[in-house]
Design a protein around this ligand. Structure first.
Ligand SMILES: NC(=O)c1ccc[n+]([C@@H]2O[C@H](COP(=O)([O-])OP(=O)(O)OC[C@H]3O[C@@H](n4cnc5c(N)ncnc54)[C@H](OP(=O)(O)O)[C@@H]3O)[C@@H](O)[C@H]2O)c1
Length: 395
C-alpha cells in the first residue's frame, strides 16, 4: 500500500485542559532530589536526567553535517514563566540549513541551538508557568532549540494539544505559512487558477488544500509519479511531474491565459517560469527559494532585469511572505487548522522516513539523514523526526 493511503487524518476531540494545578519547579539537589543521577524530580515524582543530547551549530555553514554537531549538555532549567518540554517529535524545515548558515540573524555566532518546532510533554515548570500548565500536559511549540531531547520554552509559546501526534508538527510552520500567506497575500477568488511549486512537500500540501477550499483550480509541481498520485488524493486538479513532463510547454498549452496565483518556494528557473506564466493581475507569492539554499549565497540567479516589464504588462505583482512577520495571525490560523484537522477536512501528510534506506527517522542522530532526505527531494509531506529520550521516566 502506498504511504499516502496510510496518512493520518486525525479526528480527536478538542483538547480541554485539566484544572491547572499549582506546581513549583524544583531545582537540582532539592530536598526531593533523591538520586545523584537525577537532575530534579518534578511534582509527580518523574525523574529527569542530569544530561541530554542536543544538536548545536558549531560552525556556520549551509552544509548541515559540517555545521551541526551532536553534543551532550545539561538538561536546562526552566526559569520564571518557562516550561521544560521533553520532545517527542521535532519538525524538519528547508530553512534549517539557512539557520545553520547564520542567514537568519547574522549577528549570532556559534555555538547556538537549532530546530524550529517540537511537540512533547511538559516535565518541569518555572513558577508563574504553573498557573496555566501542569506536568504531563502535551504542548506543541515554535521556538529555537527544538533539536534536543529537552527544550525550555516560554509558556507563552506553548500550545496545548490533545496528544503528541506528528501531524500537529505539520501545522506549526508549514501549515501556518500556507494558511496565512494565501489568506493575507493571495486574494484568492473562486474559479481562479493557483500554481503551487514543491506541492507535495511540507508547506506545498497545505497550499494545495487551502487553494482548493477557496474554490480554485490547483496545479501542483512535483518530481515523481508517487508524489503526483498523492497530490490527486488531496484535491490537486493538475499535478505535473516535472521530471517526466515539460513544465514550460505544459503550462503554455493548458493554461494559455496564465495562472492567477503562484505559491512559489523553489526559486531560480522555477521562479522565472512563474513570472512568465502570471495572468493579468496575477499574484506571485515568494515563499522560499529552496533550490539556492545549498549554495554559498543561499540564492539561485533569476532573470531580474525583465521582471518590471513583465509585471507592468500584466498589472501583476510579486509579494514576499515570511511567517514571523505575520505572527499576529498565528493563533487564529492554528486554531482554524486544528479544527479542520479534527473534523477530517484537512490532510496533514507526514514523512517519518519509512521509505529511506536508513529507515524511520528516530533519535537526534537521524536529523542529519532527514535533512538530506528532504534535500534530495524524496519527502512526501512534512518531514518529522521522532525522539525517544533514553531515561525511563514514569511520564
Ligand atoms: N516564507 C516562510 O515563512 C516559509 C515557511 C516555511 C517554509 N518556507 C519555504 O517553503 C519551501 C518548502 O519548505 P518545506 O520545509 O515545506 O520543504 P518541503 O517542501 O517539505 O521539501 C522540499 C521539497 O522541495 C522540492 N525541491 C525542488 N527543488 C529542490 C532543490 N533544488 N533542492 C531540494 N528540494 C527541492 C522537492 O520536492 P519536488 O522536487 O518533488 O517538488 C522537496 O521535496 C522552502 O523554500 C522554504 O524555505 C517558507
Amino acid at each position: 500500500m502506498s504511504r499516502f493511503l496510510l496518512r493520518l487524518v486525525a479526528a480527536h476531540p478538542a483538547h480541554t485542559l485539566a484544572k491547572p494545578q499549582r506546581l513549583h519547579f524544583l531545582p537540582s539537589r532539592s530536598i526531593i532530589d533523591l538520586s545523584y543521577s537525577t537532575h530534579f524530580m518534578d511534582f509527580k515524582g518523574s525523574s529527569i536526567p542530569t544530561s541530554m543530547k542536543k544538536l548545536v551549530v558549531t560552525k556556520l555553514s549551509q552544509n548541515f553535517k559540517e555545521a551541526v554537531s551532536l553534543q551532550t549538555a545539561p538538561v536546562p532549567t526552566p526559569g520564571d514563566g518557562e516550561l521544560l518540554v521533553r520532545n517527542r517529535y521535532v519538525g524538519i524545515n528547508a530553512s534549517d540549513i539557512n539557520y545553520s548558515a547564520g542567514r537568519y540573524d547574522p549577528s549570532v555566532t556559534p555555538p547556538f541551538d537549532i530546530g524550529f518546532e517540537g511537540v512533547g510533554q511538559v516535565v518541569g515548570l518555572g513558577l508563574s508557568a504553573s498557573s496555566s500548565f501542569t506536568v504531563g500536559d502535551i504542548v506543541a511549540y515554535l521556538s529555537n532549540g527544538a533539536f534536543a531531547e529537552y527544550t525550555v520554552i516560554s509558556s507563552k509559546k506553548a500550545i496545548p494539544v490533545p496528544a503528541a501526534r506528528p501531524e500537529l508538527l505539520a501545522l506549526l510552520v508549514s501549515g501556518a505559512t500556507a494558511h496565512i500567506a494565501l489568506r493575507r497575500l493571495g486574494e484568492l477568488a473562486r474559479g481562479e487558477t493557483v500554481l503551487v511549486t514543491a506541492a507535495a512537500g511540507g508547506t506545498g500540501q497545505f497550499a494545495v488544500q487551502f487553494a482548493k477550499m477557496a474554490g480554485c483550480h490547483v496545479v501542483g509541481t512535483c518530481s515523481s509519479d508517487e508524489k503526483a498520485g498523492f497530490l490527486k488524493t488531496i484535491g490537486c486538479d493538475r499535478p505535473i511531474n516535472y521530471k517526466t513532463e515539460d513544465l514550460v510547454a505544459t503550462l503554455c498549452k493548458e493554461y494559455p491565459q496564465g495562472v492567477d496565483v503562484v505559491y512559489e518556494s523553489v526559486g531560480g528557473s522555477i521562479f522565472d517560469l512563474a513570472v512568465n506564466n502570471l495572468a493579468t493581475r496575477g499574484r506571485l507569492l515568494v515563499i522560499g527559494f529552496i533550490s539556492g539554499y545549498q549554495s554559498a549565497s543561499g540564492l539561485q540567479p533569476v532573470k531580474g532585469a525583465t521582471i518590471p516589464a513583465k509585471l507592468l504588462q500584466r498589472s501583476a505583482s510579486i509579494r514576499g511572505f515570511f511567517l514571523p512577520h505575520f505572527i499576529s495571525d498565528y493563533s487564529e490560523s492554528l486554531r482554524s487548522m486544528q479544527e479542520q484537522l479534527a473534523a477530517g477536512r484537512l490532510v496533514c501528510e507526514v514523512d517519518v522516513g519509512e521509505q529511506d534506506v536508513g529507515g524511520r527517522f528516530v533519535g537526534l542522530e537521524s536529523v542529519y539523514r532527514a535533512v538530506e532526505y528532504m534535500y534530495s527531494g524524496r519527502n512526501i509531506g512534512k518531514v518529522v523526526v521522532e525522539l525517544q529520550p533514553q531515561n525511563s521516566s514514569k511520564l
